[in-house]
Design a binder for this molecule. Structure first.
Ligand SMILES: O=C(O)CCC(=O)C(=O)O
Ligand SMILES: [Fe+2]
Length: 353
């Protein structure tokens, strides 16, 4: 568990500003990461640092509101309209469980988190559910602008994936032309360590769309299953100025399993090192002391994260992409399915029970 994460860091700035060769190189690096682990850290991703910081600030302000205020924008019951505020314990992540009794059993142990979902303001099928403006002035306008920045990044990543698979122009971006994506702000409240020892902040799951962007604060606790050692989870440590990007189930299926949709979860942050080096400037210059740190924290601090879920336009037929089933002698593994049909099945398992 303490081993370094196998998730590579790729400089996406070289894709955004580079010429043909640089774009091809970055596309190959991302393709490799998605084939090997299904996750990649992107730096130079183009979502401005200031925007990311402001989004975390808005998230903190939102979740600090009294419950009754947050509940002025309630997530509707059921899983088909995924917008608004979910109080702790409402959503229980399930992993490929469609049996009603199984889902009911899973829901007995709620996740320790609360969330607020918003989506594309032009999505008439899933209208956004906002607080009254005077409850948190400016929140809605900011979330809408953050949505646009994240959508732009998703389309750039789709361009890179199109290059990796040699999908002819205009590539995969038009399959997501409506940008019916979902921006989620997540808050895991502070909790006693002992309470989390046998439970998760979010249970092991894979995402069900095409691509997920994840911005996390510095608390840590996200873990990704090691593809070479199923059942073993490795920390996906927060890395400043990067966004963590992962493949969802729909994209794994679309790529005929060339790209992995890897299971991940959020649990206890890794323990702080017991030994710390204390460098103090004194009259003789800098001196290093080894000090023993008390790991007496019984409380796991609050954690905030901001996932952004991308999905293909609902009418898109998800049938093995070029380069994923011919050439290497592999056949198409899955029946074609529309993005709509697939997403509905997964959403239903999340909320119904
Ligand atoms: O909070 C996190 O770091 C991960 C969240 C996540 O995996 C999800 O919402 O699907
Ligand atoms: Fe996830």
């Amino acid at each position: 568990m303490a081993e370094t994460s196998p998730i590579p860091i790729v400089d996406f700035g070289k894709f955004l500003s580079g010429g043909k060769e640089e774009k091809e190189l970055v596309a190959r690096q991302i393709d490799d990461a998605f084939r090997n682990v299904g996750f990649v850290y992107l730096k130079g991703h183009g979502v401005e640092r200031e925007m990311v910081e402001r989004c975390f600030e808005w998230s903190k302000k939102f979740f600090a509101l009294p419950s009754e205020t947050k509940l002025l924008a309630p997530h509707p019951p059921g899983g088909s309209h995924h917008r608004g505020y979910s109080a702790p314990g409402v959503e229980k992540v399930s992993q490929h469980t469609y049996d009603a009794a199984e889902i009911a059993k899973l829901r007995e142990v709620p996740d320790f988190k609360e969330s607020f979902e918003s989506g594309n303001p032009h999505d008439s099928a899933q209208p956004n559910i906002w607080l009254p403006e005077d409850a948190l002035p400016g929140f809605r306008a900011f979330m809408e602008s953050y949505f646009t920045s994240c959508s732009t990044l998703v389309h750039h990543i789709l361009d890179a994936l199109s290059i990796a698979l040699s999908v002819p122009d205009p590539g995969l971006s038009p399959t997501h032309s409506k940008s019916l994506f979902q921006l989620r702000i997540l808050h895991y409240p502070a909790i006693e360590k002992s309470e989390l020892e046998n439970r998760s902040r979010i249970n092991a799951h894979s995402d069900f769309g095409t691509l997920t962007l994840l911005f996390q604060d510095s608390v840590g606790g996200l873990e990704v299953e090691d593809p070479n050692q199923p059942g073993t989870f490795r920390p996906a440590t927060p890395i400043e100025d990067t966004v963590l990007v992962n493949i969802g189930d729909l994209m794994a299926r679309w790529s005929n399993d060339r790209w992995r949709s890897t299971v991940h979860r959020v649990g206890l942050p890794p323990p702080k090192p017991k030994l710390a080096v204390n460098t103090m400037a004194n009259s003789e210059g800098r001196r290093a002391d080894i000090v023993l740190q008390e790991d007496g924290d019984d409380i796991v601090p609050d954690r905030y994260s901001i996932p952004f879920f991308a999905v293909a336009d609902m009418e898109t037929v998800i049938d093995a992409l070029p380069g994923c089933w011919d050439g290497e002698g592999s056949r198409k593994k899955y029946e074609p399915v529309t993005a709509w049909g697939y997403v509905q099945m997964r959403m239903k398992a999340l909320y119904d029970g």
